[in-house]
Design a protein around this ligand. Structure first.
Ligand SMILES: C[S@@+](CC[C@H](N)C(=O)[O-])C[C@H]1O[C@@H](n2cnc3c(N)ncnc32)[C@H](O)[C@@H]1O
Length: 217
């Protein structure tokens, strides 16, 4: 499953959806970055969170399950090879919907942070969108609602202190091209997303949830 990712490194480095946006700006601010802050970027992909946190002065470690993303540490989010309380903040952006065991991943992030876990992910919309996402990219496992995310954080011992939603516009062609989705499959994905299309049908709309959990002890 993760080998599929190694071939996508350039596409994810270049992707405007991933490279920039109000969601990324807010995530960085919620990490409360600074020169004494040690940060872990889980499922770093094209490395945009890590780059921004480093620019804000943090010492950043990156990890990802796919070697081709060239993280500092190759590991699944569900089994982080770091001692308890290794980082001030652990961030994970637009990746958790790919995790096989998201509860285990949140527990691991809670275990290795001293202060915050900051997660951004696609907010669950409906089953048509889930089917479209899985058809386009079989590495999509599932997205969660805001109550679902709050439950995951609280079950891992984190107190949720901030949550905010960010609308995102996805130009359909590059979104399909990024993962090599073409032909009849692409046509079916467009059909499934028809209720989420902008009026010009070149763009579809979703919402990202940014949520922060604070270590309670
Ligand atoms: C969309 S990219 C991440 C985007 C990136 N965080 C950003 O802000 O631009 C998703 C990443 O999740 C990684 N991934 C998928 N399943 C994973 C898992 N179980 N553990 C860790 N990384 C995983 C993939 O290798 C890929 O690099």
């Amino acid at each position: 499953m993760t080998d599929a990712w190694s071939a996508r490194v350039d596409a994810y480095r270049a992707s405007p959806t991933h490279r920039e946006g109000a969601d990324l700006d807010a995530l960085v601010a919620w990490c409360e970055p600074g020169p004494d802050v040690e940060a872990l970027d889980v499922a770093t992909g094209g490395g945009h969170v890590a780059r921004r946190l480093a620019e804000a002065g943090c010492r950043v470690t990156t990890c990802d399950a796919a070697e081709g993303m060239r993280p500092d540490v190759v590991c699944p989010a569900e089994a982080l090879p770091f001692p308890d309380s290794s980082f001030d903040v652990v961030a994970c952006r637009i990746a958790a919907h790919h995790f096989r065991d998201v509860a285990a991943a949140v527990r691991e992030m809670a275990r290795v942070t001293r202060r915050f876990v900051v997660v951004e992910d696609t907010l669950y919309a409906d089953e048509r969108v889930e089917e479209a996402e899985r058809l386009r990219d079989p590495t999509h496992m599932r997205s969660y609602s805001e109550p679902g995310w709050r439950g995951l954080m609280e079950a891992a011992g984190l107190a949720v202190d901030r949550a905010e939603r960010f609308p995102k516009r996805h130009p359909v062609e590059p979104w399909l091209a990024r993962v090599g989705c073409t032909g009849e499959t692409a046509a079916r994905v467009r059909e499934l997303l028809s209720h989420r299309m902008a009026t010009d049908e070149a763009v579809w709309l979703d919402t990202k949830l940014l949520i922060r959990g604070r270590r309670g002890d």
